[in-house]
Ligand binder design. Structure first.
Ligand SMILES: *Cc1c(COP(=O)(O)O)cnc(C)c1O
Length: 364
């Protein structure tokens, strides 16, 4: 090997993923980390109970097919257990999809402000990411359809989007699917489905049931509070499931993740409480920040894209100030969104602090 720091061309085009909060040095203690869309409520009690006795069984391999977890998900959402595949986080499922369907010379469509993991997974498999422009930070179905070529293999769509927080409705999602050739896989990443309470929203499950070329991915990292354990799941046709099961590691979801996920999925009160908290604060934050000239892209998630253009200050200055006070929001340079930060709605105390700090900041 000539030089081990040089790998395949596609891999060399990847900008390694930087997690939210990477800008923080060690000088200041972080009081509130509002940069990764984590819930402020911890995990549901059911999840903790479920993993409590695992310590005495660490010598045993997990259930290879995550059967209990898949059964629980199927029951909770009224889905077919045989069409669910679980992952070590939904990130892993996105990587499986790219590995399965994208090769050298293939194209995959992502949207302008799409989730960074898609691009990494496409490049890692030798594919070319083709970018469909968004309008007002919202996915544009016509732009996606116009980006299709005979090399297109996969379309990756986050709905609602991250870091934008916007969504497209069921009619638009259907129009997108209808406009794609049947040999193109449509990935509907519904990581924030629980937070999107719009009546015309569709998480994609029913599109999966009628079609062979649709995959819905979901995560228990966000509203269910299991980010540490990595619990993701997907719902797809028999054919896609058979493919994903070929490349999935035999024990890809660990025992703690399976047990906690299967228990937490029924924590409806926890989910409801989380949505109510989120909606309440989204309204308060919008009102108070708009009063400061900070505009917010309409969000259907647990985070807000906040824009500093009309404050006469920059997002970078705001971020430096907030970090100096122990509050970390998400920088958006990796997403090419200028002069904005992504603010994950936090606890009452965290939100009060962010608002009072931003009020001070714009007057500095
Ligand atoms: C957080 C997030 C994921 C990843 O979730 P994991 O299950 O933790 O891997 C996937 N897609 C989007 C859009 C996300 O924001």
């Amino acid at each position: 090997m000539k030089n081990p720091s040089v790998a395949n061309d596609g891999i060399m085009k990847i900008n390694a993923y930087t997690p939210g909060g990477a800008q923080m040095g060690n000088e200041v203690k972080t009081l509130y980390h509002l940069a990764s869309n984590e819930t402020p409520f911890g995990a549901p009690d059911e999840a903790r109970t479920a993993i409590a006795d695992l310590a005495s069984h660490l010598n045993l391999y997990p259930n290879g097919g995550a059967l209990e977890l898949r059964s629980a998900i199927a029951k909770r959402y009224g889905l077919k257990v045989g069409n669910i595949v679980c992952g070590n986080g939904s990130d892993e499922l996105l990587e499986f999809i790219a590995a399965a369907y994208i090769g050298q010379g293939d194209e995959a469509i992502i949207t302008e402000f799409g989730f960074l993991v898609y691009k990494i997974a496409i490049l890692a498999n030798g594919g070319t990411p083709v970018i469909a422009k968004e309008v007002d930070y919202t996915v544009d179905v016509d732009a996606i359809l116009a980006a299709v070529t005979d090399k297109t293999k996969v379309v990756f769509l986050a709905n609602p989007g991250n870091p934008t927080g916007t969504y497209i409705n069921a009619g638009e999602l259907n129009r997108l699917h209808k406009g794609l050739r049947s040999d193109i896989i449509l990935v509907i990443d519904s990581a924030y489905a629980e937070y999107c309470t719009m009546a015309d929203y569709n998480d994609g499950a029913d599109l999966v049931e009628g079609n062979e070329n649709v995959i819905m991915t979901r995560t228990m990292s966000k509203i269910y509070g299991l980010a540490a354990l990595r619990v993701g799941w997907s719902y797809a046709s028999d054919g896609i499931v058979a493919v994903l099961n070929r490349i999935r590691g035999p024990f890809n979801v660990n025992s703690a993740a399976q047990a906690a996920g299967a228990a937490a999925i029924f924590a409806d009160d926890f989910v409801k409480m989380s949505i109510d908290h989120n909606d309440k604060w989204a309204g308060i934050i919008k009102q108070r920040l708009n009063g400061l000239g900070i505009n917010i892209t309409p969000s259907h998630t647990n985070f807000l894209l906040i824009h500093f253009d009309e404050t006469g200050k920059t997002a970078e200055e705001a971020d430096r100030y907030l970090c100096s006070q122990g509050v970390v929001l998400r920088r958006l340079e990796p997403y090419n969104i200028p002069n904005a930060l992504r603010y994950t709605i936090g606890s009452n105390e965290a939100n009060e602090l962010v608002l009072s700090l931003l009020e001070k900041f714009v007057k500095l």
